[in-house]
Ligand binder design. Structure first.
Ligand code: NAD
Length: 246
C-alpha cells in the first residue's frame, strides 16, 4: 500500500478561512506546512505561531498566486529549505459577484486569474518534481458554484468548473506516476468570503441547505485532509455543502 502520510504540505491562500484551517489541521498531525498569503503579514505570523503550538511547523511566504514566477520561486525554495512536497492544497480564491450584463471585464479576468490560473500556477510548478519522485497528492478547492452554476457568479462558476476539469484531466495524466489529484467543492462556509451576505440573501441560502446552517472551515479542512491521504481515490469531487441543492 502506498504511504498515505502527507509529507511536506504546501497550501496556497493559507492565512485565512479554509486554507488557514487546513494549515492547522495538518500542523496538528505534526506536519511541516508551507503556506502563502497575499498581504496580511500579521495574520500569517500568528498562524505560524499557532501551528508551532500544535506541534507542527508552518512557514509563511507572501506570494500572489497569479504571478507564475513568484509561485515557481516559492515552490523551489520550499523544496530546498523544508523538503520535497508530498501534499499540495490550492485554496487561494476570490469572488466578484454580479449579473453578467453588468459584469466589468476586470471582474471576469480577476476571478479567473486568481481561482483558475492561480491553481494552475501552483500545480504546474509542483508536478515535475512529484513525477520524478513518483508520489504526491493534490487537493484543489473548487465550489458547489462550479458544480451546479450560480446566478451572479458566471465568472466564479466558470473558474471553479475549470478547476474540476483540470483536476480530472491531471488525475488521468499522472496516476501512472503515483500522483493523485482531487477536488473539494464546499457549499456555503462561514469565512470572510461569505461574511457580507446580507440578511435576506443569507436566509434564502440557509433555506436551501438541508442541514440548516453554513459549514465551518474546519469541516472543509477535514475533507481536504481525508482526500489528501486517501490512497485509492483520484479524480473525485467531494462536496462539503450540508446537502445544498442549487
Ligand atoms: P477567504 O477570503 O477567507 O480566504 C481566501 C484566501 O485566499 C486568503 O488567505 C487570501 O489571502 C487568499 N488569496 C486571495 N487572492 C490571492 C492571491 N492572488 N494570491 C494568494 N492568495 C490569495 O476565503 P475562503 O472562504 O477561505 O476561501 C478559500 C477557498 O474556498 C477559495 O478558493 C474559495 O473560492 C473556496 N470556497 C469558499 C466557499 C465559502 O463559502 N467560503 C465556498 C466554496 C468555495
Amino acid at each position: 500500500m502506498p504511504d498515505s502520510s502527507p509529507g511536506v504540505v504546501l497550501v496556497s491562500g493559507g492565512s485565512r478561512g479554509i486554507g488557514r484551517a487546513t494549515v492547522l489541521r495538518f500542523a496538528r498531525q505534526g506536519a511541516q506546512v508551507a503556506f502563502c498569503y497575499r498581504s496580511n503579514k500579521t495574520a500569517a505570523a500568528d498562524l505560524e505561531k499557532e501551528a508551532a503550538e500544535l506541534g507542527g511547523r508552518a512557514v509563511a511566504t507572501e506570494v500572489d498566486v497569479t504571478d507564475a514566477d513568484a509561485v515557481r520561486g516559492w515552490v523551489a525554495e520550499t523544496e530546498a529549505r523544508v523538503g520535497p512536497l508530498g501534499t499540495v492544497v490550492t485554496s487561494a480564491g476570490i469572488v466578484r459577484d454580479g449579473p453578467l450584463l453588468r459584469m466589468p471585464d476586470e471582474d471576469w479576468h480577476q476571478v479567473v486569474d486568481v481561482n483558475l490560473s492561480g491553481m494552475y500556477n501552483v500545480c504546474r510548478s509542483v508536478i515535475f518534481p512529484m513525477m520524478k519522485r513518483k508520489s504526491g497528492s493534490l487537493v484543489n478547492i473548487s465550489s458547489v458554484s462550479g458544480v451546479f452554476g450560480n446566478p451572479t457568479q458566471c465568472n466564479y462558476s466558470a473558474a471553479k468548473s475549470g478547476i474540476i476539469g483540470f483536476t480530472r484531466a491531471l488525475a488521468k495524466e499522472v496516476g501512472k506516476y503515483g500522483i493523485r489529484a482531487n477536488v473539494v467543492a464546499p457549499g456555503l462556509i462561514e469565512t470572510d468570503m461569505t461574511a457580507d451576505l446580507s440578511g435576506k440573501r443569507r436566509q434564502e441560502a440557509l433555506s436551501a441547505i438541508p442541514l440548516g446552517r453554513f459549514g465551518s472551515s474546519e469541516e472543509v479542512a477535514d475533507a481536504v485532509v481525508y482526500l489528501a491521504g486517501a490512497s485509492y481515490i483520484t479524480g473525485s469531487v467531494l462536496q462539503v455543502d450540508g446537502g445544498i441543492v442549487i
